[in-house]
Design a protein around this ligand. Structure first.
Ligand code: ARG
Length: 292
């Protein structure tokens, strides 16, 4: 671990000295703090790579950047529900949430949220867990899905206040109904709505594979949706999970200016993805970037 940290440090200091890195740092710092990036962290990454994740985010913070972090807790919920003897049922890919299941989901989500906040603070970065008050929900389909929230309104105040104070916001995928019933939100839905509300310059998905993979399992470096989308979704090797991801990203970018881009990368490659031209992950844009 110490060795890994030393390597990371070395890579980072090299980055900090390069012109390329400075170019991106200037670009990322030019928008106001709140609009740099939304980073979506899956529950698996949170679970498996907590310290490396915190270090990668701390690196950004130490450069003066304020990513807004949104996390899920899927694998943690699966495990805790199983332990509680509650069967996990998914409909349309969504976790059917009975009141009983919510009794498990809520504390487990809080715990995942606190773990990231604590790990960030161990890195010397101030962070604030935001577990409620952001996503106002209605029932998506009460009969079929139970307490699954459909986001109706987003309140950015808590996030904005944290960012203004230089504290990294760590947002959980929980919401409330107008009357205060806690609701479970699919983390991808929460990410999408948060991204639309914040309109960040960069959107970052941190995944274990670190990008979308081509036919032979290599990370696809860049995708331009206008030219590549139809081709890609028609390819037999593009499995349903990847199709879904592509559609999800296309939908997100549709509502944002062409300057916005999505990077799907891993914790290890985050710095390289952000601060080099070549990147390390999959960069997705609406169309070709017009270089200024
Ligand atoms: N650093 C730039 C960015 O974050 C370019 C990244 C290129 N990445 C890639 N996978 N082709 O926007």
């Amino acid at each position: 671990m110490a060795e890994l940290r030393a390597t990371v440090k070395q890579v980072l200091s090299q980055l900090a000295e390069s012109r390329e890195a400075r170019y991106y740092l200037t670009q990322f710092s030019s928008t106001d703090r709140m609009h740099f990036a939304v980073v979506k962290v899956g529950g698996g990454v949170l679970d498996q790579q907590l310290d490396a994740l915190a270090a990668a985010l701390a690196f950004l913070r130490n450069l003066g950047l304020m990513p807004i972090i949104l996390h899920g807790a899927g694998p943690q919920l699966d495990a805790a529900l199983e332990e509680a003897g509650i069967e996990t049922v998914k409909r349309d890919g969504l976790r059917v949430t009975s009141p009983e299941a919510m009794g498990v989901i809520r504390p487990v989500t809080y715990r995942a949220n606190r773990q990231l906040v604590t790990a960030l603070e161990r890195q010397g970065v101030r962070a604030q867990g935001i577990q409620h008050g952001v996503f106002e929900c209605d029932y998506l389909d009460r009969d079929r899905l139970g307490l699954v929230g459909d986001i109706r309104r987003i309140d950015l105040e808590a996030i904005r206040e944290a960012v203004d104070r230089g504290v990294l916001p760590v947002v959980a995928s929980l919401g409330e109904s107008a009357t205060g019933q806690v609701m479970n939100i699919n983390a991808d839905f929460a990410a999408r709505e948060l991204i639309w509300a914040v309109e960040p310059h960069k959107i970052i998905f941190l995944t274990p594979t670190g990008g979308l993979l081509d036919e032979s399992g290599r990370v696809i470096s860049a995708i331009s949706l206008r030219t590549d989308f139809d081709y890609l979704v028609s390819q037999p090797w593009v499995h349903s999970g990847m199709q879904l991801k592509l559609q999800q990203v296309a939908q997100i970018l549709e509502k944002l200016p062409d300057t916005a881009s999505v990077s799907i990368t891993s914790v290890e490659n985050l710095a390289r993805e952000l601060f080099t031209h070549r990147g390390a992950g999959t960069l997705i844009r609406q169309g070709e970037q017009i270089l200024e």
